[in-house]
Design a protein around this ligand. Sequence first.
Ligand SMILES: Cc1cc2nc3c(=O)[nH]c(=O)nc-3n(C[C@H](O)[C@H](O)[C@H](O)COP(=O)(O)OP(=O)(O)OC[C@H]3O[C@@H](n4cnc5c(N)ncnc54)[C@H](O)[C@@H]3O)c2cc1C
Length: 634
Amino acid sequence: MAIRITRRDLLNGMAIGAGGVLLPAHGVERGMSLYTPASPVVPSNYYPPTLTGMRGSHVGSFEVAHALAWQGQKPASYKSLEEHYDLVVVGAGMSGLAAAWYYLKKAGPEARVLVLDNHDDFGGHAKRNEFNHKGRMLLSLGGAQNLDSPSNYGDVAGSLLIDIGIDEATIAQMAADTPDDCVLGGKLNGDVGLTVPDGDDHLTIGGHWFKFFHGRGDYEAAVRELPLPEDQQDKLLAFFGGEKDFLDDLSLVNKWDYVNNTSYNQFLFDRVGLSRETIPILNAHLLILNGPSGWNHTVLEAIMAGSPGLRAMGWLADFVDSVAAMLIDDLAGDIRMFPDGNASVARLLVQKMIPDVAPGMKGVEDVAITRFDYGALDLTDQAVRIRLNSTAVGVKEVGDKVQVDYVQHGKPCRVTASRCVLACYNNLIPHLCPEMSDAQKEGLGYGERMPFVYANVLLENGEAFSELGVSITQCPYDPFQWVSAAPTMTTGGYEPPRGPEDPMVVFMMASPTPADGTKGTTRDLLRMGRHKIYASTFDDYEQQIREQLQRMLGRHGFDHERDIKAITVNRIPHGYAYWYQGLDDPEWEEGQAPHEIGRQQFGRISIANTDSEVTPLMNAAFDAAYRAVEEQIS
Ligand SMILES: Cc1cc2nc3c(=O)[nH]c(=O)nc-3n(C[C@H](O)[C@H](O)[C@H](O)COP(=O)(O)OP(=O)(O)OC[C@H]3O[C@@H](n4cnc5c(N)ncnc54)[C@H](O)[C@@H]3O)c2cc1C
């Protein structure tokens, strides 16, 4: 069922609602940059979190870097700003912001630090999406979601959290502030649905599919509801239930070999007997959690990521219940989320370094609801300056200084620093520093970041969505493979929707990496996913979103034309840092892995960011920042 978009008064995701015109704070038009080249002064209403339409890698953020990386083009000359800093950081993601903080702590408040970022907002992946409708603020995630096991953060990363007010008491309070059905916020005992095509509509089968997948709860009844042939239902039941060892013809050694060298989907196909039409049901989890599908995970990697299968190996049956319990219960105890995800962590850190962005903000208790003054980010006479819309194109050691060239609003500028930390993407660094050795450049160029698309859809009310009976559901056959209510915790002073009659935000997650068994290494497929993102227009996403939501919610009275009030699409072509893949990558000797060769100190230049740790987590971003700063000033 193709849904036609008939109301073309939707401008870049903004709808004209019955109650008045819903405009972002600036009323910018589709695809326009917030500044004009002629006016590099921050307008007083500059507030990127409320912008709708195509966000994430937005128009104006990537063109300069692509010209450099793809065509080797950059400006021939630069205007010297006569600005010298103790440290210039390239990248205002969590790693770059942390590098500025660790440096200040070491060097003292007299230090002068400049942080550059090509986007119109700070935070890197940790981005905030904010809507204001009918007198209510509605928040959601524009990228990085949660504090993943903060109790396991090492001393360095943990100390940063404490510095910005996220201590043990706060972490405990965050759990208390999160409702029991907010699965995204770490309450993994809340129900998780499964949404599948059912004629022209989609059927959402409630219950707790994370548990059903592992043979817990009434999984038999749930599987029997799936519109699948009976023999496929039987196979799923045998697989989830664990009555059968699907590798029983193999010795223990051969089993180990098999689970380390066979793709999860090949196992499902060959051994479990699932058809290619059924397999997507077991892939939605991997796609959103990890990026690639089960064709690019070994059996063991998939199981370690929480996919079903442990019960079907026989040899580990004794541990099944404890492992399943750990996945479902213990893990839930250690995920903490702000209503705008890790954007609040970025905001706490920025406000700590530049208090004038939010002089009245108390801290964790009101971080989610405080409006920031972006005009205060880059003022003279402050220890840290954050300069947005600025793409670094050259970083070079010249004598006892580092010369940093960047382009802001089309203008080539030059500053100098005593040191530089590159907290951007590894792939770009060889283009910024062509003087590096070929071996280092090769190491930096090895990994591919994992692409994602996160969309947020403002609805007039939550009435149809509440009829689903779950706050989150997996949609294996749809472009957005997970759909959830936006976070509903009260952390940070946030007031989530009070009930279905209030406006709500639907949060939709997609992995664009081919999931259909397309051949190629994971890195090849990640590149294809990235190209797909750049080839898709906002209209493409809007069409997909309307179709998907109409199919899911139409049977509950939803009308996409009437009920959708705004859409924000965060495209994240350079997403998770790459980590080594069992099916593709060799086991390198210590010190010889590409990221280890790539991240070596290069004179007055050091390399931070999660790529350098091959770990897409915030604590890794902090650890990398600390290492880079230590290299420069210890
Ligand atoms: C969709 C998604 C969900 C995630 N969820 C979680 C989660 O729940 N928990 C968790 O711990 N982690 C999560 N992560 C991982 C996340 O990547 C890290 O937590 C962390 O935010 C990464 O920080 P970073 O600074 O290394 O990289 P980034 O966030 O990528 O920041 C790098 C910044 O450098 C900028 N840059 C690049 N080149 C240049 C240039 N030439 N000039 C200027 N600036 C440049 C980039 O545009 C970017 O803003 C998630 C990631 C994604 C993509």
